[in-house]
Ligand binder design. Structure first.
Ligand code: ZN
Length: 396
């Protein structure tokens, strides 16, 4: 019958678009059947992106289109429109916040997937998206339309559960059975529930958000099985419900093809962040939090051939999401004295070399020594610094 999309209801102080959708579904008249619950992450550098930068959509089937739209209209006015204009100022938050500007769209037919690709890879204005059969609200219409137009050829799943309103209002911290979260590490069909390096829990958000946890999985069954397992524990707090979303997480949809280049020089900046200048006039950034990407970047030297991928930022540098060395330039060293095994020293520009010990002279030469990269294959940031959209390199 049609598709409903929703976005831009959350801010860093509260709210959550998945929760707003869950409430909407729970309160739909019973004759309507909901399917294809989906959550899409959008362009990570979008200026007005929300906290989670995710939009949601569902398919709704039923007989009475007029009645459905009347219901949605009422629901919008009473429950979603009032979420507009929320803004939490935070000195600790790394970027300027925009007030929430919810948007909801209704399409009888899925719009062309071009809209999705634009919204996951570029900054898009509200004038660039197709008109819905009916739409409500403001800026959120962009993400809502992107969620509806997602072709979902490549996907993963996330089972999201929401805290009861009482738990959210109490301000108490989330309680999820930690032993059971640890057990998920053994399930090959769930992923990134914990960061094993830092031992941090990745399935529960921080702050005043109604989500209790979201378990990412390769299959729908694994997602619901894991959510049920965590919720069945007597330790985990009770929830108002959970739902499995099909998502574009871990698909690399935001990235284009891998590129290669020759390193011209590197500059190590504050906290170990590295700027890699390449011979193709491209500057790559390996940030301090990018773990092995930063470590590999610090090792690079002029002449190394690398392959990389990442997003072009506002200042035109590419923020690396994966990196590998294709070939390394050999290191030039002075030969050693054949008698003393001591490294020969140059006596000056255009002059011979001399052994510092036995003073034997030899012609000025360099010897080439292979440099072995610290990582032989792709590296990417640790799980707790990866974008939701990024595909783990061991899936490639
Ligand atoms: Zn010597």
């Amino acid at each position: 019958m049609g598709w409903l999309g929703l976005d831009d209801t959350d801010h860093i102080g509260g709210g959550c678009t998945t929760d707003a959708l869950f409430e909407l579904i729970q309160n739909l008249p019973k004759q309507y059947v909901v399917s294809s619950q989906r959550l899409v992450r959008l362009y990570p550098f979008a200026k007005q992106r929300t906290r989670g930068n995710a939009a949601v959509a569902i398919k709704i089937e039923g007989d009475d289109y007029t009645e459905l739209l009347a219901h949605l209209d009422k629901w919008w006015n009473e429950k979603i429109e009032p979420l507009k204009g929320n803004l939490t100022e935070s000195e600790n938050y790394p970027r300027t916040q925009s007030p929430t500007d919810p948007g909801m769209v209704w399409f009888e037919l899925q719009p062309n997937e071009d809209t999705y690709w634009s919204c996951v890879r570029n900054e898009i204005s509200i004038n660039d998206i197709p008109n819905a059969d009916k739409s409500w609200g403001g800026h959120g219409i962009i993400g809502a339309t992107a969620a509806v137009s997602w072709p979902s050829r490549e996907f993963t799943f996330e089972a999201i559960s929401w805290r009861t309103n009482d738990s959210v209002n109490s301000g108490n911290s989330r309680v999820v059975d930690l032993d059971r979260i640890a057990t998920l590490d053994n399930d090959p069909d769930t992923f990134m529930s914990r960061d094993l390096r830092s031992n941090s829990i990745l399935i529960s958000p921080r702050g005043n958000c109604p989500v209790l946890f979201g378990v990412r999985a390769k299959t729908e069954l694994a997602a619901s099985r894991a959510a049920q397992y965590l919720l069945d524990s007597p330790i985990t707090e009770s929830v108002k419900g959970y739902m499995v979303f099909q998502t574009n997480q871990a698909t690399d949809d935001h990235l284009g093809h891998d590129s290669s280049a020759i390193v011209d020089h590197i500059l190590v900046k504050q906290r170990g962040t590295v700027k890699i200048s390449c011979n193709n006039d491209v500057d790559l950034m390996a940030f301090a939090e990018s773990g092995d990407i930063k470590n590999l970047a610090q090792w690079l030297e002029e002449g190394d051939e690398i392959e990389y991928n990442g997003l072009v930022s506002m200042d035109k540098t590419i923020h690396l999401e994966r990196l590998r060395v294709l070939s390394s330039a050999p290191k030039k060293v002075r030969p050693k004295c054949s008698k003393c095994n001591v490294t020969l020293k140059s006596m000056g520009r255009n002059q011979d070399l001399r052994c510092p010990k036995c003073k034997t002279r030899s012609p000025s030469l360099w010897e080439e020594v292979n440099r072995i990269p610290p990582f032989s294959d792709w590296v990417q940031p640790p799980s707790d610094s990866m974008r939701h959209l990024s595909k783990p390199i061991d899936w490639k």
